[in-house]
Design a protein around this ligand. Structure first.
Ligand SMILES: Cc1cc2nc3c(=O)[nH]c(=O)nc-3n(C[C@H](O)[C@H](O)[C@H](O)COP(=O)(O)OP(=O)(O)OC[C@H]3O[C@@H](n4cnc5c(N)ncnc54)[C@H](O)[C@@H]3O)c2cc1C
Length: 384
């Protein structure tokens, strides 16, 4: 059976690779004219890395990733550690075998996935912006803005938070602006050093704001993300520039290390945070959704990318168990709906806890970031 995937993000590529490994004929169609170097840091949960081990790419991923085992939470003014403790090996690369969270530049992970996908069959087909889908009891047709169309047995909409597939066949809702704005910038490690006394990974928490920083690329660069409440609507894309003064103003009065890092900011961008209300179902016949298209969520647990990777793994497993397309998609959805709804809700809760009025009261052991139900999920062995 031929599988069509719309969208070559982390979710679409993981699903494509896992399905190819399971023997399926898969093609991935991407709207962008080429696969490029975009984005910055993201967190790889232990479950996402379990998927990479099963797909035989964890050693490639580990070459670009840095450990993030401890992740202390610190007070926004005093810098006092409120939860967790700094681990000396955090922020450093390793061989990827330890069962810990890691952090990686999105572009590095994306290139590992795209290259490995192409080693097992045709490469991603770029410049194909899907704009219509149709299906009957035997097949699915995907149509693209460039006039091309393809036919297959199933179609996976892995086309991100503004999913065309979702709007066409699943739900006509729009992504919601959550009233929060994220700033992201990079600082070369040598220039960041004076401000990293509290360890190479960690989150400062304060009223209505958080500031997270961790190292990427073998420890060469520090990825910083500040999230603030804002009524200003900002595009959710990944390329709107942000000025240093604007970020300094947003974090005025915060710990000197936060302000020091902001003072060294390079390539700062900003984007509005959008999410989706959880759906009661995201499958329609031979068409389903995956990743942000199905369940975009807030970044406070750093689980958005991991959810799309878990989805890809479970989707491929469902097709191994059920060869009939509708049955496979139903099995995939049944396994993923409760998991993603839980992580969606817990991400909201984590955001409230880390942006609370009195950060001194942050109870690390009760927070979702320490919840084994979230952190312990393994998509390779989870029941489906
Ligand atoms: C350019 C970019 C940069 C990002 N940078 C970061 C980052 O630095 N840190 C972070 O935590 N998260 C980042 N994200 C978000 C993060 O990758 C996702 O939240 C998460 O990985 C879920 O992945 P996904 O595959 O569901 O969606 P995405 O990663 O958003 O991928 C969706 C893909 O579908 C493609 N697409 C969209 N519409 C169509 C269409 N009609 N036809 C064909 N293809 C289509 C998009 O171009 C994209 O490649 C970024 C996303 C993008 C698209």
């Amino acid at each position: 059976m031929k599988v069509i995937i719309a969208g070559a993000g982390l979710g679409g590529l993981t699903a494509g690779l896992a399905l190819r490994r399971a023997g399926f004929d898969v093609n991935v169609y991407e709207a962008a004219p080429m696969l490029g170097e975009v984005g910055a840091g993201l967190t790889l949960s232990r479950g996402a890395q379990a998927a990479f081990r099963a797909l035989g790419i964890q050693d490639r991923v580990a070459k670009f990733a840095c450990r993030s085992a401890s992740l202390p939470f610190m007070h926004y003014r005093s810098g006092a550690v409120l939860a967790g403790a700094y681990d000396n090996s955090d922020g450093l690369p390793d061989d990827g075998t330890a069962d810990v969270a890691r952090q990686i530049h999105r572009a590095d992970l994306h290139s590992v996935l795209a290259l490995t996908f192409a080693e097992h069959g045709p490469a991603v087909v770029t410049g194909h912006n899907l704009n219509a889908v149709a299906q009957d009891s035997a097949q699915v047709i995907a149509r693209f803005a460039n006039g091309a169309s393809v036919t297959g047995g199933v179609l996976i909409g892995a086309d991100g938070v503004r999913s065309v597939v979702r709007e066409a066949v699943i739900a006509s809702d729009k992504p919601r602006f959550t009233g929060q704005l994220a700033y992201r910038f990079l600082v070369p490690a040598a220039r960041a050093e004076p401000f990293m006394g509290a360890g190479r990974s960690g989150v400062y928490i304060g009223p209505r704001r958080t500031f997270n920083r961790y190292t990427l690329r073998g420890g060469a660069v520090v990825n910083c993300v500040g999230i603030v409440s804002s009524n200003t609507w900002t595009d959710e894309g990944w390329s709107t520039p942000a000025g240093t003064e604007e970020i300094q103003k947003a974090f005025s009065g915060w710990h000197k290390d936060v302000l020091g890092l902001i003072g060294e900011a390079e390539a700062a961008i900003k984007w509005g945070l959008f999410d989706r209300a959880p759906l009661p179902s995201w499958t329609n016949g031979r068409i389903t959704l995956l990743g942000d298209a199905a369940h975009a969520m807030l970044p406070f647990l750093g689980m958005g990318a991991a959810m799309s990777i878990e989805d890809g793994m479970i989707l491929a497993r469902a097709f191994v168990v059920e060869r009939e397309p509708e049955a496979a998609l139903a099995r995939y959805e049944a396994a993923r709906l409760p998991r993603t709804a839980l992580v969606h809700a817990k991400s909201v809760e984590q955001g409230k806890r880390t942006q609370a009025r009195y950060p001194d009261r942050y109870n690390g052991s009760a927070a979702p970031a320490a919840d084994p139900a979230i952190l312990g999920y393994d998509p390779v062995i989870a029941p489906i």
